[in-house]
Design a protein around this ligand. Structure first.
Ligand code: ACK
Length: 222
């Protein structure tokens, strides 16, 4: 295989610096620990367990993700659509290895994934693939009508047998509901922010204070 064909990574993204990973992981643990003790959560427990009276320990339910990052472009070593074009963009080359502050403004939980929503700056959006939301259309029909960057997230954990790619779909699903005018059922003001329930086990915690996460734009080869 010629070198140039092997030089495209598995994915590009912003990689949180180690100290920030620790902070984000702790915040996420705190949230999960509290969420599964809330009466409102227990009321909708069957979303997670399928059975009425079973309990769930959310910290156990999700396997924590390591190497926290926000994917910009999944390339699959060049096999993904548009991978080569993305890698060749001047902005990608210019910003490669540069530091950036990601703003995490919400945490969300579904029976499949737990993640943090990332709100991208205009400069960060220059690295965002134009078809990232549209690509999710088969799973989230209205995804393409959401603003660019809507899918941006950090996967914090996945349930058994669930792939991390699901986290972005779960986020888009919640945002699509919001776009339709649903605000979610306001459940509770928590220390971290306000918690809303969107049905089918979908929970969104809008953070009172967004987490500013230092990250490096780079790539992962695996
Ligand atoms: O949590 P993530 O954003 O979801 O980070 C991982 C990373 O690439 C390595 O697997 C993401 N990923 C996997 N498949 C896709 C895909 N088809 N489209 C977008 N992102 C993907 C995954």
């Amino acid at each position: 295989v010629p070198l140039e064909e092997t030089s495209i990574p598995l994915f590009y993204g912003w990689f949180l610096v180690p100290a920030v990973q620790e902070k984000v992981r702790c915040t996420s643990m705190d949230f999960l620990k509290t969420l599964d003790t809330l009466e409102a959560f227990k009321k909708h427990l069957t979303d997670f367990t399928g059975e009425a009276e079973k309990e769930v320990d959310l910290e156990q339910y999700f396997s924590a993700n390591s190497g926290l990052h926000c994917t910009t472009k999944y390339c699959d070593y060049g096999k993904a659509e548009g991978a080569k074009e993305y890698a060749e963009q001047t902005v990608v080359k210019e910003q490669y290895c540069s530091a950036s502050e990601l703003s995490l403004n919400a945490l969300f939980v579904t029976p499949r994934t737990v993640g943090a929503r990332v709100s991208l700056t205009e400069n960060q959006l220059t690295l965002w693939p134009s078809d990232a939301e549209k690509e999710a259309e088969s799973l989230v029909p209205t995804a393409a009508s959401l603003p660019a960057g809507s899918r941006a997230h950090v996967t914090l954990g996945c349930a058994d047998g669930v792939e991390p790619v699901q986290t972005g779909y779960d986020l888009l699903e919640i945002l699509a509901l919001q776009q339709e005018g649903l605000t979610g059922e306001l459940v509770e003001e928590m220390e971290l922010g306000s918690l809303a329930y969107f049905g089918k086990g979908r929970w969104l915690l809008s953070l009172r204070e967004p987490i500013s996460a230092k990250a490096c734009f780079s790539s992962y080869y695996g």
